[in-house]
Design a binder for this molecule. Structure first.
Ligand SMILES: *Cc1c(COP(=O)(O)O)cnc(C)c1O
Ligand SMILES: [Zn+2]
Length: 424
Protein backbone atom coordinates (compact mmCIF):
# COMPACT_ATOMS: atom_id res chain seq x y z
CA UNK A 1 0.00 0.00 0.00
CA UNK A 2 1.78 3.15 -1.16
CA UNK A 3 -0.81 5.63 0.14
CA UNK A 4 -0.19 7.10 3.58
CA UNK A 5 -3.06 5.92 5.74
CA UNK A 6 -5.41 7.96 7.88
CA UNK A 7 -5.68 5.98 11.12
CA UNK A 8 -8.08 8.48 12.69
CA UNK A 9 -11.25 7.50 10.78
CA UNK A 10 -12.36 4.39 12.65
CA UNK A 11 -15.83 3.28 11.56
CA UNK A 12 -19.32 4.22 10.52
CA UNK A 13 -21.56 4.44 13.60
CA UNK A 14 -25.34 4.46 13.95
CA UNK A 15 -26.57 7.78 15.32
CA UNK A 16 -29.36 5.98 17.18
CA UNK A 17 -27.94 2.80 18.73
CA UNK A 18 -24.19 3.45 18.40
CA UNK A 19 -23.47 0.15 16.60
CA UNK A 20 -20.30 0.27 14.48
CA UNK A 21 -20.29 -0.65 10.80
CA UNK A 22 -17.41 -1.24 8.36
CA UNK A 23 -16.39 1.77 6.28
CA UNK A 24 -18.25 0.74 3.11
CA UNK A 25 -20.97 2.19 0.87
CA UNK A 26 -23.67 1.75 3.52
CA UNK A 27 -25.77 4.45 5.14
CA UNK A 28 -28.46 3.02 7.42
CA UNK A 29 -28.38 0.80 10.49
CA UNK A 30 -29.83 -2.68 9.94
CA UNK A 31 -31.42 -2.72 13.39
CA UNK A 32 -33.20 0.62 13.69
CA UNK A 33 -32.72 2.33 10.28
CA UNK A 34 -30.77 5.10 12.04
CA UNK A 35 -28.37 7.09 9.81
CA UNK A 36 -24.71 6.06 9.91
CA UNK A 37 -22.11 8.72 10.64
CA UNK A 38 -18.31 8.69 10.47
CA UNK A 39 -16.56 8.08 13.81
CA UNK A 40 -13.01 9.16 14.70
CA UNK A 41 -10.32 8.53 17.29
CA UNK A 42 -10.33 12.02 18.81
CA UNK A 43 -7.68 11.16 21.42
CA UNK A 44 -5.24 10.32 18.66
CA UNK A 45 -6.23 13.38 16.60
CA UNK A 46 -5.67 15.65 19.61
CA UNK A 47 -2.01 14.63 19.71
CA UNK A 48 -1.32 15.61 16.09
CA UNK A 49 -3.75 18.34 15.07
CA UNK A 50 -2.76 21.73 16.49
CA UNK A 51 -3.67 25.25 15.36
CA UNK A 52 -0.10 25.69 14.26
CA UNK A 53 -0.10 22.49 12.22
CA UNK A 54 -3.34 23.44 10.47
CA UNK A 55 -2.19 27.00 9.71
CA UNK A 56 0.95 25.66 8.02
CA UNK A 57 -1.05 23.64 5.48
CA UNK A 58 -2.34 24.73 2.03
CA UNK A 59 -5.55 26.82 2.09
CA UNK A 60 -8.06 24.12 1.12
CA UNK A 61 -10.64 22.06 3.02
CA UNK A 62 -8.07 19.26 3.28
CA UNK A 63 -6.11 21.13 5.96
CA UNK A 64 -8.52 19.35 8.36
CA UNK A 65 -8.00 15.94 6.76
CA UNK A 66 -7.64 13.98 10.04
CA UNK A 67 -11.31 14.85 10.65
CA UNK A 68 -12.51 13.61 7.25
CA UNK A 69 -13.57 10.01 6.44
CA UNK A 70 -10.88 8.78 4.06
CA UNK A 71 -8.35 5.99 4.53
CA UNK A 72 -5.65 7.63 2.43
CA UNK A 73 -4.90 10.94 0.76
CA UNK A 74 -7.75 12.78 -1.03
CA UNK A 75 -7.84 12.37 -4.81
CA UNK A 76 -10.84 14.52 -5.82
CA UNK A 77 -11.40 18.24 -5.22
CA UNK A 78 -7.88 18.96 -4.01
CA UNK A 79 -8.35 22.74 -4.46
CA UNK A 80 -11.79 22.90 -2.85
CA UNK A 81 -12.69 25.01 0.18
CA UNK A 82 -11.07 27.68 2.33
CA UNK A 83 -13.45 30.20 0.82
CA UNK A 84 -13.38 33.81 2.09
CA UNK A 85 -14.96 34.88 5.38
CA UNK A 86 -15.94 38.41 4.40
CA UNK A 87 -16.58 41.21 6.95
CA UNK A 88 -19.91 42.88 6.09
CA UNK A 89 -20.15 46.18 8.02
CA UNK A 90 -22.48 47.84 5.49
CA UNK A 91 -24.91 44.92 5.64
CA UNK A 92 -24.65 44.96 9.46
CA UNK A 93 -25.77 48.59 9.50
CA UNK A 94 -28.71 47.83 7.21
CA UNK A 95 -29.74 44.97 9.51
CA UNK A 96 -29.39 47.12 12.63
CA UNK A 97 -26.53 45.01 13.97
CA UNK A 98 -23.74 46.61 16.01
CA UNK A 99 -21.86 43.33 16.54
CA UNK A 100 -19.51 41.87 13.92
CA UNK A 101 -21.13 40.39 10.81
CA UNK A 102 -19.36 38.06 8.39
CA UNK A 103 -20.36 36.26 5.19
CA UNK A 104 -18.94 32.76 4.70
CA UNK A 105 -18.81 32.94 0.92
CA UNK A 106 -19.14 29.52 -0.69
CA UNK A 107 -20.58 31.24 -3.78
CA UNK A 108 -16.94 31.22 -4.95
CA UNK A 109 -16.11 27.63 -4.03
CA UNK A 110 -14.12 25.51 -6.50
CA UNK A 111 -14.97 24.08 -8.99
CA UNK A 112 -18.74 24.72 -9.28
CA UNK A 113 -19.49 27.74 -7.06
CA UNK A 114 -21.42 26.17 -4.21
CA UNK A 115 -20.79 24.49 -0.85
CA UNK A 116 -21.62 21.16 -2.52
CA UNK A 117 -18.05 21.05 -3.87
CA UNK A 118 -16.99 20.16 -0.32
CA UNK A 119 -19.30 17.19 0.10
CA UNK A 120 -18.51 15.89 -3.37
CA UNK A 121 -14.75 16.13 -2.82
CA UNK A 122 -15.10 13.76 0.14
CA UNK A 123 -17.72 11.45 -1.38
CA UNK A 124 -15.85 10.93 -4.66
CA UNK A 125 -12.46 10.57 -2.97
CA UNK A 126 -14.07 7.82 -0.88
CA UNK A 127 -15.83 6.32 -3.93
CA UNK A 128 -12.41 5.91 -5.54
CA UNK A 129 -10.99 4.31 -2.40
CA UNK A 130 -13.90 1.85 -2.50
CA UNK A 131 -13.17 1.05 -6.15
CA UNK A 132 -16.44 2.45 -7.53
CA UNK A 133 -16.34 3.47 -11.19
CA UNK A 134 -19.82 4.95 -11.62
CA UNK A 135 -21.07 7.80 -9.47
CA UNK A 136 -24.44 9.49 -9.31
CA UNK A 137 -26.68 11.70 -7.18
CA UNK A 138 -30.19 12.95 -6.57
CA UNK A 139 -29.95 16.71 -6.71
CA UNK A 140 -31.78 20.02 -6.54
CA UNK A 141 -29.10 21.41 -8.89
CA UNK A 142 -25.87 22.33 -7.17
CA UNK A 143 -24.97 18.78 -6.18
CA UNK A 144 -25.48 17.64 -9.77
CA UNK A 145 -23.14 20.40 -11.00
CA UNK A 146 -20.43 19.38 -8.57
CA UNK A 147 -20.71 15.62 -9.09
CA UNK A 148 -20.65 16.13 -12.87
CA UNK A 149 -17.60 18.41 -12.75
CA UNK A 150 -15.58 16.36 -10.29
CA UNK A 151 -16.45 13.09 -12.05
CA UNK A 152 -15.27 14.62 -15.34
CA UNK A 153 -12.00 15.71 -13.75
CA UNK A 154 -11.44 12.25 -12.23
CA UNK A 155 -12.56 10.08 -15.14
CA UNK A 156 -15.56 8.54 -13.36
CA UNK A 157 -18.79 7.57 -15.13
CA UNK A 158 -21.51 9.93 -14.00
CA UNK A 159 -25.31 10.11 -13.93
CA UNK A 160 -27.14 12.94 -12.19
CA UNK A 161 -30.86 12.91 -11.42
CA UNK A 162 -32.75 16.19 -11.04
CA UNK A 163 -36.33 17.47 -11.04
CA UNK A 164 -36.85 18.47 -14.69
CA UNK A 165 -37.96 22.05 -13.89
CA UNK A 166 -34.66 23.39 -12.48
CA UNK A 167 -33.09 26.73 -13.42
CA UNK A 168 -31.31 26.81 -16.80
CA UNK A 169 -27.96 27.64 -15.19
CA UNK A 170 -28.10 24.52 -13.04
CA UNK A 171 -29.11 22.26 -15.93
CA UNK A 172 -26.48 23.58 -18.35
CA UNK A 173 -23.99 23.56 -15.46
CA UNK A 174 -24.28 19.75 -15.36
CA UNK A 175 -24.62 19.00 -19.08
CA UNK A 176 -21.42 20.89 -19.92
CA UNK A 177 -19.33 18.26 -18.13
CA UNK A 178 -20.63 15.42 -20.29
CA UNK A 179 -22.60 13.71 -17.52
CA UNK A 180 -25.84 11.86 -18.19
CA UNK A 181 -28.41 14.33 -16.87
CA UNK A 182 -31.75 12.72 -16.13
CA UNK A 183 -34.68 15.08 -15.53
CA UNK A 184 -37.57 13.53 -13.63
CA UNK A 185 -41.11 14.82 -13.99
CA UNK A 186 -41.72 15.30 -10.28
CA UNK A 187 -40.37 16.83 -7.10
CA UNK A 188 -36.96 16.19 -5.52
CA UNK A 189 -38.49 13.63 -3.20
CA UNK A 190 -39.57 11.52 -6.17
CA UNK A 191 -36.07 11.87 -7.66
CA UNK A 192 -34.56 10.76 -4.37
CA UNK A 193 -36.79 7.72 -4.03
CA UNK A 194 -35.91 6.57 -7.55
CA UNK A 195 -32.21 7.02 -6.77
CA UNK A 196 -32.49 4.82 -3.67
CA UNK A 197 -33.99 2.09 -5.84
CA UNK A 198 -31.28 2.45 -8.49
CA UNK A 199 -28.52 2.48 -5.87
CA UNK A 200 -29.92 -0.74 -4.39
CA UNK A 201 -30.18 -2.43 -7.78
CA UNK A 202 -26.88 -1.40 -9.44
CA UNK A 203 -24.56 -0.59 -6.54
CA UNK A 204 -23.26 2.66 -8.04
CA UNK A 205 -21.90 5.32 -5.72
CA UNK A 206 -24.79 7.72 -5.12
CA UNK A 207 -23.05 10.47 -3.21
CA UNK A 208 -26.09 11.43 -1.15
CA UNK A 209 -27.62 7.96 -0.80
CA UNK A 210 -25.25 5.04 -0.15
CA UNK A 211 -22.19 7.35 0.17
CA UNK A 212 -24.11 9.81 2.38
CA UNK A 213 -22.01 9.25 5.55
CA UNK A 214 -18.91 10.38 3.59
CA UNK A 215 -20.70 13.17 1.69
CA UNK A 216 -22.17 14.66 4.86
CA UNK A 217 -18.80 14.94 6.62
CA UNK A 218 -17.55 17.26 3.87
CA UNK A 219 -19.94 19.93 5.18
CA UNK A 220 -18.01 20.09 8.46
CA UNK A 221 -15.23 21.96 6.72
CA UNK A 222 -17.48 25.05 6.49
CA UNK A 223 -17.54 25.10 10.29
CA UNK A 224 -13.81 24.44 10.73
CA UNK A 225 -12.97 27.28 8.36
CA UNK A 226 -15.31 29.73 10.08
CA UNK A 227 -13.63 29.01 13.44
CA UNK A 228 -10.11 29.33 12.06
CA UNK A 229 -10.91 32.48 10.05
CA UNK A 230 -12.49 34.12 13.12
CA UNK A 231 -9.23 33.59 15.01
CA UNK A 232 -10.05 30.19 16.52
CA UNK A 233 -13.49 30.72 17.97
CA UNK A 234 -17.08 29.99 16.99
CA UNK A 235 -19.37 32.95 16.30
CA UNK A 236 -22.18 33.73 18.77
CA UNK A 237 -24.68 33.13 15.94
CA UNK A 238 -24.51 31.16 12.71
CA UNK A 239 -27.37 31.36 10.21
CA UNK A 240 -27.60 28.46 7.75
CA UNK A 241 -30.17 27.63 5.08
CA UNK A 242 -31.56 24.11 5.13
CA UNK A 243 -32.62 21.64 2.45
CA UNK A 244 -32.18 18.20 4.06
CA UNK A 245 -30.75 19.93 7.16
CA UNK A 246 -27.41 18.13 6.81
CA UNK A 247 -25.18 21.22 6.47
CA UNK A 248 -26.62 22.76 9.63
CA UNK A 249 -26.01 19.63 11.71
CA UNK A 250 -22.49 19.28 10.35
CA UNK A 251 -21.45 22.87 11.06
CA UNK A 252 -22.52 22.15 14.62
CA UNK A 253 -20.51 18.92 14.64
CA UNK A 254 -17.49 20.89 13.38
CA UNK A 255 -17.72 23.48 16.16
CA UNK A 256 -18.21 20.71 18.74
CA UNK A 257 -15.24 18.71 17.48
CA UNK A 258 -12.97 21.78 17.52
CA UNK A 259 -14.08 22.49 21.09
CA UNK A 260 -13.46 18.86 22.08
CA UNK A 261 -9.98 19.00 20.52
CA UNK A 262 -9.16 22.22 22.37
CA UNK A 263 -8.76 24.17 19.10
CA UNK A 264 -11.43 26.71 20.18
CA UNK A 265 -12.81 27.68 23.55
CA UNK A 266 -15.88 25.54 24.39
CA UNK A 267 -19.27 26.70 23.12
CA UNK A 268 -20.81 26.49 19.68
CA UNK A 269 -22.92 29.65 19.80
CA UNK A 270 -26.51 29.52 18.59
CA UNK A 271 -27.22 27.90 15.25
CA UNK A 272 -30.26 29.20 13.36
CA UNK A 273 -31.92 27.51 10.38
CA UNK A 274 -33.53 29.17 7.36
CA UNK A 275 -35.91 27.80 4.73
CA UNK A 276 -38.24 29.09 2.04
CA UNK A 277 -41.83 29.57 3.19
CA UNK A 278 -43.05 27.54 0.19
CA UNK A 279 -41.09 24.50 1.42
CA UNK A 280 -40.21 24.90 5.09
CA UNK A 281 -40.96 21.59 6.80
CA UNK A 282 -38.11 21.93 9.33
CA UNK A 283 -39.02 25.54 10.20
CA UNK A 284 -42.69 24.59 10.51
CA UNK A 285 -41.87 21.78 12.96
CA UNK A 286 -39.60 24.07 15.01
CA UNK A 287 -42.27 26.74 15.24
CA UNK A 288 -44.87 24.18 16.37
CA UNK A 289 -42.44 22.84 18.98
CA UNK A 290 -42.38 19.39 17.33
CA UNK A 291 -39.35 17.13 16.90
CA UNK A 292 -40.79 15.22 13.97
CA UNK A 293 -41.02 16.84 10.58
CA UNK A 294 -44.24 16.72 8.57
CA UNK A 295 -43.35 16.36 4.87
CA UNK A 296 -44.32 19.05 2.36
CA UNK A 297 -45.94 17.14 -0.50
CA UNK A 298 -45.81 19.92 -3.11
CA UNK A 299 -42.99 22.45 -2.62
CA UNK A 300 -43.99 25.84 -4.03
CA UNK A 301 -41.04 28.24 -4.17
CA UNK A 302 -38.50 29.73 -6.56
CA UNK A 303 -35.83 28.56 -4.08
CA UNK A 304 -35.40 25.23 -5.83
CA UNK A 305 -32.08 24.32 -4.24
CA UNK A 306 -33.79 24.10 -0.82
CA UNK A 307 -37.02 22.46 -2.03
CA UNK A 308 -36.83 19.13 -0.22
CA UNK A 309 -40.23 18.16 1.14
CA UNK A 310 -38.96 15.21 3.20
CA UNK A 311 -35.69 16.40 4.78
CA UNK A 312 -33.52 13.44 5.79
CA UNK A 313 -31.78 15.30 8.63
CA UNK A 314 -34.69 17.45 9.74
CA UNK A 315 -35.00 15.79 13.14
CA UNK A 316 -31.29 16.22 13.89
CA UNK A 317 -31.33 19.82 12.64
CA UNK A 318 -34.16 20.61 15.06
CA UNK A 319 -32.20 19.06 17.92
CA UNK A 320 -29.15 21.21 17.08
CA UNK A 321 -31.19 24.42 16.92
CA UNK A 322 -32.90 23.64 20.22
CA UNK A 323 -29.72 22.56 22.01
CA UNK A 324 -27.78 25.65 20.94
CA UNK A 325 -30.53 28.18 21.67
CA UNK A 326 -31.04 28.71 17.95
CA UNK A 327 -34.28 29.43 16.14
CA UNK A 328 -35.79 28.74 12.73
CA UNK A 329 -37.24 31.23 10.29
CA UNK A 330 -38.79 31.15 6.82
CA UNK A 331 -38.71 33.67 3.97
CA UNK A 332 -41.24 34.16 1.20
CA UNK A 333 -40.05 34.30 -2.41
CA UNK A 334 -40.23 38.14 -2.56
CA UNK A 335 -38.31 38.32 0.74
CA UNK A 336 -35.64 35.99 -0.68
CA UNK A 337 -35.28 38.18 -3.78
CA UNK A 338 -34.97 41.27 -1.58
CA UNK A 339 -32.37 39.37 0.45
CA UNK A 340 -30.27 38.66 -2.67
CA UNK A 341 -30.43 42.36 -3.61
CA UNK A 342 -29.58 43.57 -0.10
CA UNK A 343 -26.55 41.26 0.12
CA UNK A 344 -25.36 42.28 -3.34
CA UNK A 345 -25.75 46.02 -2.72
CA UNK A 346 -23.94 45.96 0.62
CA UNK A 347 -21.21 43.31 0.16
CA UNK A 348 -20.63 42.82 -3.57
CA UNK A 349 -21.60 39.16 -3.24
CA UNK A 350 -24.18 37.73 -5.67
CA UNK A 351 -25.90 34.80 -3.97
CA UNK A 352 -28.37 32.35 -5.40
CA UNK A 353 -31.94 32.11 -4.09
CA UNK A 354 -30.88 30.04 -1.06
CA UNK A 355 -28.57 32.87 0.03
CA UNK A 356 -31.44 35.30 -0.31
CA UNK A 357 -33.37 33.12 2.13
CA UNK A 358 -30.46 33.19 4.58
CA UNK A 359 -30.19 36.99 4.47
CA UNK A 360 -33.96 37.51 4.69
CA UNK A 361 -34.26 35.17 7.67
CA UNK A 362 -31.28 36.77 9.44
CA UNK A 363 -33.01 40.13 9.03
CA UNK A 364 -36.14 38.76 10.71
CA UNK A 365 -34.16 37.11 13.52
CA UNK A 366 -32.35 40.37 14.28
CA UNK A 367 -35.59 42.37 14.15
CA UNK A 368 -37.31 39.92 16.53
CA UNK A 369 -34.41 39.91 19.01
CA UNK A 370 -33.68 36.19 18.48
CA UNK A 371 -30.23 37.45 17.45
CA UNK A 372 -29.27 40.29 19.86
CA UNK A 373 -28.04 43.37 17.99
CA UNK A 374 -24.62 43.55 19.68
CA UNK A 375 -23.53 39.92 19.12
CA UNK A 376 -21.33 38.36 16.40
CA UNK A 377 -23.02 36.71 13.43
CA UNK A 378 -21.90 34.58 10.48
CA UNK A 379 -24.22 34.08 7.50
CA UNK A 380 -23.44 31.04 5.36
CA UNK A 381 -23.88 31.87 1.68
CA UNK A 382 -23.95 28.51 -0.03
CA UNK A 383 -24.43 29.12 -3.76
CA UNK A 384 -23.84 31.55 -6.62
CA UNK A 385 -26.42 33.93 -8.08
CA UNK A 386 -25.24 33.48 -11.65
CA UNK A 387 -26.89 30.03 -11.57
CA UNK A 388 -30.35 31.39 -10.68
CA UNK A 389 -30.55 34.57 -12.75
CA UNK A 390 -34.25 33.94 -13.52
CA UNK A 391 -35.08 34.72 -9.90
CA UNK A 392 -33.87 38.32 -9.98
CA UNK A 393 -34.17 39.27 -13.65
CA UNK A 394 -37.41 41.20 -13.14
CA UNK A 395 -36.24 42.79 -9.90
CA UNK A 396 -33.05 44.30 -11.34
CA UNK A 397 -34.66 45.81 -14.44
CA UNK A 398 -32.73 46.70 -17.58
CA UNK A 399 -29.58 48.74 -18.31
CA UNK A 400 -30.02 52.34 -19.46
CA UNK A 401 -29.39 52.43 -23.21
CA UNK A 402 -27.93 55.45 -25.01
CA UNK A 403 -26.03 56.12 -28.21
CA UNK A 404 -22.31 56.78 -27.93
CA UNK A 405 -22.37 60.56 -27.57
CA UNK A 406 -21.19 62.52 -24.54
CA UNK A 407 -24.24 64.77 -24.83
CA UNK A 408 -26.59 61.79 -24.40
CA UNK A 409 -24.56 60.63 -21.41
CA UNK A 410 -24.72 64.07 -19.79
CA UNK A 411 -28.41 64.60 -20.45
CA UNK A 412 -29.89 61.12 -20.00
CA UNK A 413 -27.52 59.47 -17.53
CA UNK A 414 -25.60 61.93 -15.38
CA UNK A 415 -28.65 64.12 -14.88
CA UNK A 416 -30.06 61.24 -12.80
CA UNK A 417 -27.02 60.78 -10.52
CA UNK A 418 -24.09 58.34 -10.23
CA UNK A 419 -25.54 55.27 -8.51
CA UNK A 420 -27.20 54.11 -5.35
CA UNK A 421 -24.29 52.73 -3.32
CA UNK A 422 -23.34 55.95 -1.53
CA UNK A 423 -26.83 56.34 -0.08
CA UNK A 424 -26.61 53.11 1.97
C1 LIG B 1 -27.74 21.72 -0.91
C2 LIG B 1 -27.79 23.15 -0.56
C3 LIG B 1 -27.97 23.61 0.77
C4 LIG B 1 -28.24 22.80 2.01
O1 LIG B 1 -28.33 21.49 1.91
P1 LIG B 1 -28.57 20.47 3.12
O2 LIG B 1 -29.28 19.34 2.44
O3 LIG B 1 -29.41 21.15 4.15
O4 LIG B 1 -27.23 20.08 3.62
C5 LIG B 1 -27.90 24.96 0.98
N1 LIG B 1 -27.70 25.83 -0.02
C6 LIG B 1 -27.52 25.43 -1.28
C7 LIG B 1 -27.28 26.48 -2.33
C8 LIG B 1 -27.55 24.09 -1.60
O5 LIG B 1 -27.37 23.71 -2.87
ZN1 LIG C 1 -28.76 1.59 14.94
Amino acid sequence: MSQPRNPYFTSLRCRECGRDYPKEAVHVCEYDFGPLEAAYDYDAIRTVLTRHEIEARPPTMWRYRELLPLDGEPTVGLQTGFTPLVPAPRLARRLGLTGDLFIKNDAVNFPTLSFKDRVVAVALSRAKELGLETVACASTGNLANSVAANAAASGLNCLVFIPQDLERGKVVGSLIFGARVIGIRGSYDIVNRLCSEIAGKYGWGFVNVNLRPYYAEGSKTVGYEICEQLGWRAPQHTVICMASGSLLTKVHKAYSEFAKLGLITPGTGSIHGAQAAGCGPIVDAMKLGRETVKPVAKPNTIVKSLAIGTPADGYYAIRVMKETGGTAEAATDPEAIAGIELLAETTGIFAETAGGVTVACAKKLIASGAIPRDESVVLCITGNGLKTIEAVTDAVGEPEIIGGSLREFDEQILARGTGAAATV
